[in-house]
Design a binder for this molecule. Structure first.
Ligand SMILES: NC(=O)C1=CN([C@@H]2O[C@H](COP(=O)(O)OP(=O)(O)OC[C@H]3O[C@@H](n4cnc5c(N)ncnc54)[C@H](OP(=O)(O)O)[C@@H]3O)[C@@H](O)[C@H]2O)C=CC1
Ligand SMILES: O=C(O)[C@@H]1CCC=N1
Length: 291
């Protein structure tokens, strides 16, 4: 996998001339739109096609973007179309677009769905639409701290690949996958990953409550520990394993906790959980693309 540094340059419609439309305006689209706008992308260059009326109003009020119920000509007059509906909703959502795209770069952020199936659904029987990139972002994109995996259809040219990377780099760091199969692994590690970390924070917070802290203090202790440890690990030359050892005094408190985690099989349980997520991604792709 090739890694890229987090981008932080000003990214406006005026200086890129780029228009971006989202199909689906839910959690992940909102995180990406919020991240792009926060980093200087002009709201006037962003459109959303979203079925839910309440969500359309909310997106308009929150971000100042144009939100429409169906893919009208204005919505499709974009450079980048981001497919951000649930995998199970994708085929039906793409049906009204089939055969209507010409040069737009299509970025799918859907878990599991394979490029070959998206190309079929977006194109015509005679001509699948292959200007497609699979990306897997995560919700910290909302604060510009996401990480995204990308994999482009081999037919996508260098300009198309650079455009996809530019969009995702505006909301965090990027990693190119070397095969499409790796996208299910990215989904399992970093796409779903924030949920594992939030779950860990919940558990640390629950322990704080059990040990007598008020809710606010228990949360602060848990959150600042995760934040500080992640920042330390990100900036350190030492590996996470070495950093862990440096916290663990022989015969001390950390050793007692880590022994308890080892007895519970915590490390292997987490690895198994990530494998289950990757397997579910593969299964979704096979299930939803089978005909
Ligand atoms: N959430 C996450 O952390 C991440 C999600 N993803 C991927 O992002 C995609 C979106 O996930 P998420 O944002 O969580 O899902 P959401 O359900 O929050 O968002 C999807 C939105 O699309 C709407 N929608 C459904 N069908 C259509 C249609 N035909 N036209 C327009 N809008 C439509 C849905 O409306 P309604 O609710 O009424 O159906 C919903 O508001 C998924 O494919 C997921 O795999 C990727 C990375 C991380
Ligand atoms: O749970 C899911 O399927 C999506 C993909 C990665 C994060 N959320």
């Amino acid at each position: 996998m090739a890694q890229q540094r987090r981008g932080s340059s000003t990214f406006t419609h005026e200086n890129t001339g780029m228009k971006i439309t989202f199909l689906g305006g839910g959690n992940m689209a909102a995180a990406l739109i919020g991240g792009l706008i926060e980093r200087g992308f002009a709201p006037a260059a962003v459109q959303v096609i979203e079925l839910g009326a309440a969500l359309r109003t909310q997106l308009g009020e929150r971000f100042g973007v144009r939100a429409v119920e169906a893919a009208d000509a204005a919505a499709l007059a974009c450079d980048v179309l981001v497919l951000a509906v649930k995998p199970q909703q994708m085929r039906a959502a793409l049906a009204p677009l089939a055969g209507r795209l010409d040069a737009q770069l299509v970025i799918s952020i859907a878990a599991g769905l394979r490029l070959c199936d998206l190309a079929r659904w977006l194109g015509t029987p005679a001509q699948p639409y292959a200007r497609l990139v699979r990306c897997m972002p995560n919700t910290p994109a909302l604060i510009g701290a996401g990480v995204s995996g990308l994999y482009a259809d081999p037919s996508v040219d260098e300009a198309g690949r650079a455009l996809a990377a530019r969009v995702m780099a505006a909301v965090g760091s990027t990693v190119w996958a070397s095969s499409e199969e790796q996208m299910d692994a990215v989904t399992a590690i970093s796409g779903s990953g924030p949920a594992y970390v939030f779950h860990f924070i919940e558990a640390l917070e629950a322990a704080g409550r059990k040990l007598g802290f008020e809710a606010a203090d228990a949360r602060k202790l848990a959150l600042d520990t995760v934040l500080g440890a992640a920042r330390l690990a990100a900036g350190a030359e030492d590996s996470p394993a070495l950093l862990r050892q440096k916290v663990t005094s022989p015969g001390g408190t950390t050793e007692a906790a880590l022994a308890s985690l080892a007895t519970a099989g915590w490390h292997d349980t987490l690895v198994t959980a990530v494998m289950a997520a990757a397997a579910r991604g593969r299964e979704l792709g096979a299930e939803l693309g089978k005909d």
